[in-house]
Design a protein around this ligand. Structure first.
Ligand SMILES: NC(=O)c1ccc[n+]([C@@H]2O[C@H](COP(=O)([O-])OP(=O)(O)OC[C@H]3O[C@@H](n4cnc5c(N)ncnc54)[C@H](OP(=O)(O)O)[C@@H]3O)[C@@H](O)[C@H]2O)c1
Length: 228
């Protein structure tokens, strides 16, 4: 990131009402960045409603060096992740794809022009390691996994296209780790989880280290690349 406190240093967090999104926005503010927070509850930006996304983007003045998309859900309309494919329903997969893949794709569509034409900038979205096809050894969670895998393809495609119009922009998918938030809470069981603040700190360090050649990649909270 550029020097804190300058207009070149503005950051936008979409999904800032969430556990990780809120922690990312606060951590960036503490570092001196000028942060614009957007969310469904705060601003009516609903990822299931393209006009609301377009309107939110149109209402923003100026450019952002960093755009973070921290929206998402694991349980939608009362349907949590499936234990086996026998629990799959058409609705659960549709809902997952719409929110976790199509929604961020529409955000990219309507917000990417807010990245500066010149100089380093980052467009990052929170994906999940379980969206990795190569890393899948357990099965289960078929709709969420599928939606995150689709999101990763959205990132890869956007990165390639973005390079043609924003030469220095970096577009990546990030895995925040297992983080104690409303999203994960019902499914954590005895799994260890870090706080949103700790995850945000790691993610910002990863973002700081990203180079142009990393665009189109998928990275974990510790900076390690994750296979597709
Ligand atoms: N927590 C984890 O362990 C974990 C692990 C891997 C990946 N992730 C990913 O990290 C991201 C953030 O998760 P989190 O744990 O911070 O969850 P969270 O605390 O439940 O926050 C979810 C965020 O998504 C927003 N959202 C949900 N539906 C939306 C919609 N239709 N339109 C606009 N915004 C919507 C919520 O907005 P409102 O509250 O304003 O409705 C909220 O800001 C997700 O993509 C998740 O898949 C989390």
């Amino acid at each position: 990131m550029q020097q804190p406190g300058t207009t070149r240093d503005r950051a936008l967090v979409i999904g800032a009402s969430g556990g990780i999104g809120g922690a990312l926005a606060s951590a960036l503010e503490r570092r001196g960045h000028e942060v614009r927070r957007l969310s469904r509850t705060g601003d009516g930006l609903d990822l299931l409603d393209e006009p609301s996304i377009e309107q939110a983007a149109r209402g923003l003045p100026g450019e952002f060096r960093l755009i973070l998309v921290a929206t998402g859900a694991l349980t939608i309309a009362g349907r949590g992740p499936e234990k086996t494919i026998m629990e799959l329903s058409q609705e659960s997969m549709q809902d997952q794809l719409l929110l976790n893949a199509v929604g961020p794709a529409l955000v990219f569509k309507h917000f990417h022009h807010l990245l500066p034409r010149r100089g380093r900038s980052v467009l990052a979205v929170l994906s999940a390691r379980v969206g990795s096809i190569g890393d899948n050894r357990l099965g289960g969670w078929i709709s969420y996994r599928t939606a995150k895998a689709a999101l990763n393809q959205v990132v890869r495609t956007t990165a390639i296209e973005l390079a043609r119009i924003r030469r220095d922009a970096i577009c990546v998918a990030l895995h925040p780790g297992t983080v104690a938030t409303a999203l994960s809470q019902p499914w954590l069981g005895r799994h260890a989880a870090v706080s949103p603040q700790e995850s945000a700190q790691h993610l910002i360090e990863v973002i700081d280290q990203l180079e142009r050649g990393d665009s189109g990649g998928f990275f974990a909270w510790d900076g390690q690349p994750i296979c597709w």
